[in-house]
Design a protein around this ligand. Structure first.
Ligand code: SF4
Length: 278
């Protein structure tokens, strides 16, 4: 099988004896079962496998603090590099609404470096744009997609089904209740509403819908105390280009909710938010 350059780079890190930490994005249940994913990564040679939950909770806390501080302002979530680039290139007047808060990949990179300083951090997720974004965080060495990881597993004859009956846990600390974060509206669902005050939240996904929303904002057709919870892919990160699943978005979102239930946690929301609804 022809691996991507980043897939080959990962194997070369392992062959050179580097210790690696996998930072797994929260959308992983769309393509993997937890035990299969962790078992497969450990068999491949990863030293640690952690999820993004603590980083997501930390990022949400930073936004909540910002909402408290800027009670009347407009804030646009800066978690999605494609959305941020869209604003920078097509709506430069709106750049001022992007907060100086790192995306979860950066927060998690720092956390993992603190926990396992000698390890190289490898992000694994649904996103191609994060390959570039990762370069702005020195704690993140490489970003791979789920598709690339499946190719690497195939190349190394690793069958994740072999680990389904094992009982693996993510390394490092975890945070319950943020599993829905990668779906459209997931940030809104996981923020602590007591910090929102009268702030109206506008949820959006898919580039064409974001363009329509930002055009309204830029021409003052939308005003007030607003927070834009936006992701550029259809349905959010669960519709990212690095996802293997060909299922419809609602089926992918159901997998996130099933994972939440399997882990004994209560799903925070069950509906896919539609564009422009608060
Ligand atoms: S919505 Fe798409 S582009 Fe944005 S972070 Fe998620 S996978 Fe990446």
């Amino acid at each position: 099988m022809n691996l991507s350059p980043d897939g080959q780079q990962l194997l070369s890190f392992l062959q050179q004896g580097n210790k690696l930490t996998a930072m797994v994005a929260p959308s992983f249940p769309v393509d993997f079962k937890k035990n299969g994913l962790i078992g497969g990564l450990k068999k491949l040679g990863f030293d640690k496998v952690c999820d993004h939950s603590v980083a997501i909770a930390e990022v949400n806390k930073l936004y909540e603090e910002l909402f408290e501080k800027e009670k009347g302002g407009i804030v646009i979530a800066a978690n999605c590099p494609t959305s941020v680039n869209l604003i920078k290139t097509r709506f430069p007047d709106l750049v001022k609404y992007l907060p100086n808060i790192p995306a979860p990949i950066g927060v998690n990179g720092r956390l993992c470096k603190k926990l396992w300083p000698e390890n190289l951090n490898i992000f694994i997720g649904p996103c191609i744009a994060k390959k570039n974004e990762a370069k702005s965080f020195p704690e993140v060495t490489l970003a791979l997609t789920y598709k690339e990881l499946k190719d690497i597993f195939a190349e190394k004859n690793i069958n994740t089904d072999d680990f389904l009956n094992s009982d693996f846990a993510f390394d490092g600390p975890g945070q319950k209740g943020v599993e829905i974060f990668p779906a459209s509206g997931g940030m809104k669902a996981t923020l602590d509403i007591q910090h929102l005050g009268c702030r109206k939240i506008i949820v959006g996904d898919e580039i064409k819908n974001l363009i329509a929303m930002f055009s309204k904002l830029q021409t003052n057709q939308e005003t007030g105390c607003l927070f834009y919870d936006i992701l550029a892919c259809p349905g959010g990160c669960i519709g990212g280009p690095g996802v293997v699943s060909a299922e419809v978005i609602n089926a992918r979102k159901q997998k996130l909710l099933d994972y939440t239930t399997e882990e004994g946690k209560k799903p925070l929301c069950s509906q896919v938010d539609t564009n422009g609804q608060s």
